[in-house]
Design a protein around this ligand. Structure first.
Ligand code: GRF
Length: 210
């Protein structure tokens, strides 16, 4: 298959969250510092009480809740999601701790232009509780991955990764904290690459154009 450069139409970004929002915060802080040229058009949460809201509001980014529980099926939820993203003229979507698996309705609209951050070195330890999975496997290093989203769970072409050591006395909390510090560094940089049109996918493998 031919190489497919990922070239967004605009620098308008929509961020999807479900909880704490520290990765959202890292994006907004990077933009405010001048380290990331992005226009955060909307933050959408599927969780009515997500703490991420405070970060969006502090930065004046529109906050929208789409509670998945009120929809009869996944397609109806995703239609609403895509409708909101389009209404805010979003070109690139970031899943920043978004705890729903997205299907064909979403991917037809934003596939190839959606990033996810995951707290393991994919393809190891996909899915929930990645840090707990890493400790149970006894790996000596773990880390985090930013990848483009496809129809699998935590699959899709890998844009960037960061490695951290796993220590003998680590708990899920201490390992998660060490990984999270790297997530906050990795995600803004990877988003910048996508917005700059530097990410090309060939046979599932990303190359980064100069
Ligand atoms: C992060 O560890 C991220 O990798 C995972 O969910 C967590 C979200 O944390 N997908 P936060 O809401 O960004 O603080």
């Amino acid at each position: 298959m031919a190489a497919e450069p990922t070239i967004p139409a605009t620098r308008n970004v929509g961020v999807l969250v479900s909880g704490r929002g520290s990765n959202l915060r890292s994006l907004l802080d990077a933009q405010a510092r001048g380290d990331l040229d992005a226009n955060f058009a909307v933050v959408i949460s599927n969780n009515t009480s997500a703490d991420a809201r405070a970060h969006a509001e502090e930065y004046g980014v529109p906050w929208v809740v789409i509670d998945h529980q009120v929809f009869t099926d996944r397609q109806a939820f995703e239609e609403e999601l895509v409708g909101q993203l389009r209404a805010h003229e979003v070109s690139v979507v970031v899943l920043a701790g978004f705890m729903r698996v997205l299907g064909s309705t979403f991917l037809e609209a934003y596939g190839g232009l959606t990033l996810n951050i995951h707290p393991s070195l994919l393809p190891a330890f996909a899915g929930l509780d990645a840090q707990k999975q890493a400790l149970a496997a006894g790996v000596r290093v773990s880390g985090c991955t930013v990848h483009l989203v496809d129809s699998g769970v935590d699959t899709g072409p890998i844009i960037d990764q960061s490695v951290v050591p796993v220590r003998n006395d680590d708990t899920v909390q201490t390992l998660s904290d060490r990984i999270l510090a790297q997530e906050h560094r990795l995600l803004p940089r990877a988003l910048g690459w996508v917005l700059d049109g530097r990410v090309t996918v060939h046979d599932q493998v990303v190359t980064l154009d100069a």
